[in-house]
Design a protein around this ligand. Structure first.
Ligand code: F6P
Length: 545
């Protein structure tokens, strides 16, 4: 069977089950929860609340086979140049490899170099934490500021927040990313240069935002402590060691990685230095080990019990067969507040493509728009649309069995809210049920006629739930790796390259042309489109200074 035939079989199957509801599937199969969930010891993936049956799964697995998922996965893990447009492998799994076996790039085992950088990161993190490495005036560092953007920011920033119970109040991590000067100004306002360590994180060491923020940070240190202090207050992480040297950072504080690590897959590399300092190298290693466990699961588990494979296929079922254009990710875990933002880059920069690997137009929809906010806050913001809007957005819920804070009463409420939402999405409320309720409340027939349509919930809005014991470094590593491989699985089904990101280039290019026209108030704007020219001249007119 080829891919087109597998998609056609899924289309036909959707028509077959379109009149049936997921609640009916639960009624027909009392063991549906067991049949449609997978456990990876203390992490459970429950996908039973999606409108699908065993037949659906059979068709989806046929699609995976037709797309040669096995072969593509093998190509990924064996270091083939799966990122063809940049002529590189995508081997972030090597960064969290603890198998003891080699990982080869162009025939060379990269593990000795990976382990060497890992050990240097751990030693540096320990030295900063213990006060063995100090600032220019001899003070221990109390604040670390990671300067980076995209993959050089979102992963560590998300994880440092998620794992805050593993950090110490004596050493705080901050993340500056935006070229908007407010970001660095607001961050530095509360900090003392004598106790602040900057880590400039940039794969390319050319990214405009990061270079601008690094220059401002350098000036802040130099003006407070003198130019000679810069070396003591900076470290850097990059693949471009030549460019780091030109910036003037001490070579023994420079941590390298490799072009086979994509930016959005780089938090496992030395890009995680700020995180390693914040949570300590042992916890950072637990995070890496969690990721490695998922790599093993993804490589070895049968397709029908393989969590990232199921996540990816169910996403394809929603996106291509049901036409759902968006995907919500709702952590009922406040410390995962930045997880949706992190996933937006992972998923949308990877699978937001319109051409196939061979350059021809994609015949079908690819990556959905991903969004999310923690529950319960999101319930009071956009859940109205999720329950009753005309768009259906499948939801991933994430929730712990046990909190990392002490208050169990709060956690019981949080957990109940999470389940209440997924139950409401599943069940909905029919007009008949609404009318009965309103009648029981004593409303008149006229009032019931008026109100009833507004109180109906269609139900059958799909959701999946990840339930993990506790948000530890290992759990977080597992969750991140699950989503990474889910994104990969979908790219295989859609036959796109998830490892390049040419779509970010045009804006960067145009910005370098526009920046001089914005900063020079007398620059000639002819040649620009009317809107762009009009906005620049209005900015000029509106500025007082
Ligand atoms: O936004 C594009 C991008 O290239 C991302 O893929 C990357 O994570 C980010 O910019 C930052 O790049 P760098 O680490 O090279 O500064």
């Amino acid at each position: 069977m080829d891919r087109a035939a597998a998609f056609a079989a899924l289309e036909a199957h959707r028509v077959d089950i379109a009149a049936r509801r997921t609640v009916d599937f639960f009624a027909e199969d009392p063991q549906r929860f067991d049949h449609f969930s997978v456990r990876l010891d203390d992490l459970l993936y429950d996908y039973s609340k999606n409108r699908l049956t065993r037949t659906t799964l059979g068709h989806l697995i046929d699609l995976a086979r037709a797309s040669r998922l096995d072969e593509r996965r093998e190509a990924l893990f064996s270091g083939e140049k799966v990122n063809a447009t940049e002529n590189r492998p995508a081997l972030h799994m090597a960064l969290r490899n603890f198998s003891g076996g080699p990982v080869r790039v162009d025939g060379e085992d990269v593990m000795p170099a990976v382990e060497e950088v890992r050990a240097r990161v751990a030693a540096f993190a320990n030295a900063v934490r213990s006060g063995a490495i100090r600032g220019a005036r001899g003070d221990s560092f109390t604040n670390i500021v990671n300067i980076g953007i995209g993959g050089s920011d979102l992963g560590p920033a998300m994880a440092a927040r998620a794992l805050s119970p593993f950090t110490s109040p004596e050493l705080r991590a901050h993340f500056v990313s935006n070229v908007d000067g407010a970001d660095i100004a607001d961050t530095l306002a509360a900090l003392d240069p004598a106790t602040t360590l900057f880590i400039v994180s940039s794969k390319t060491f050319t990214t405009q935002e990061t270079m601008a923020n690094a220059a401002s940070a350098r000036a802040w240190i130099a003006s407070a402590l003198g130019e000679a202090a810069v070396g003591d207050h900076f470290a850097a992480v990059s693949t471009r060691l030549d460019k780091v040297a030109a910036f003037g950072i001490n070579p023994d504080r420079v941590f390298g990685f490799w072009d086979w690590v994509g930016g959005r897959y780089s938090m496992w590399s030395a890009i995680g230095l700020s995180l390693a300092i914040a949570i300590g190298p042992e916890h950072f290693e637990d995070f890496l080990r969690g990721g490695h466990e998922v790599d093993e699961h993804f490589r070895l588990a049968p397709l029908s019990h393989n969590i990232p494979v199921l996540m990816g296929l169910i996403g394809v079922w929603h996106r291509n067969i049901w036409g759902f254009a968006s995907q919500a990710v709702i952590p009922y875990d406040q410390r995962l507040a930045r997880f949706p933002a992190y996933l937006q880059q992972l998923d949308m920069e990877s699978n937001g493509k319109s051409v196939l690997r061979d350059g021809s137009p994609s015949p079908r929809a690819t990556g959905p728009i991903l969004f999310g906010e923690p529950g319960t806050n999101s319930q009071h913001a956009f859940f109205q649309l999720l329950h009753q809007g005309t768009e259906i957005a499948p939801v991933d819920f994430l929730v712990a069995a046990e909190p990392t804070h002490a208050d169990d009463a709060h956690h019981a409420l949080l957990f109940a809210n999470c389940l209440a939402q997924s139950e409401a999405f599943l069940r909905g409320r029919t007009e008949k049920e609404v009318r009965e309720l309103l009648r029981a409340q004593g409303l008149s027939a006229e009032q019931i006629d008026e109100l009833a349509p507004h109180k109906v919930f269609s139900g059958d809005r799909p959701s999946s739930t990840f339930l993990y014991r506790q948000l530890t470094p290992r759990t977080l590593g597992r969750i991140v790796a699950l989503y990474e491989h889910k994104v990969f699985v979908q790219s295989v089904i859609w036959d796109i390259n998830p490892f390049d990101q040419w779509g970010v280039e045009l804006g960067k290019e145009l910005c370098s042309r526009l920046a001089p026209l914005v900063s020079d108030a007398s620059a000639d704007l002819s040649g620009l489109d009317g809107s762009t020219a009009g906005l620049i001249s209005t900015r000029r007119a509106l500025r007082v200074a």
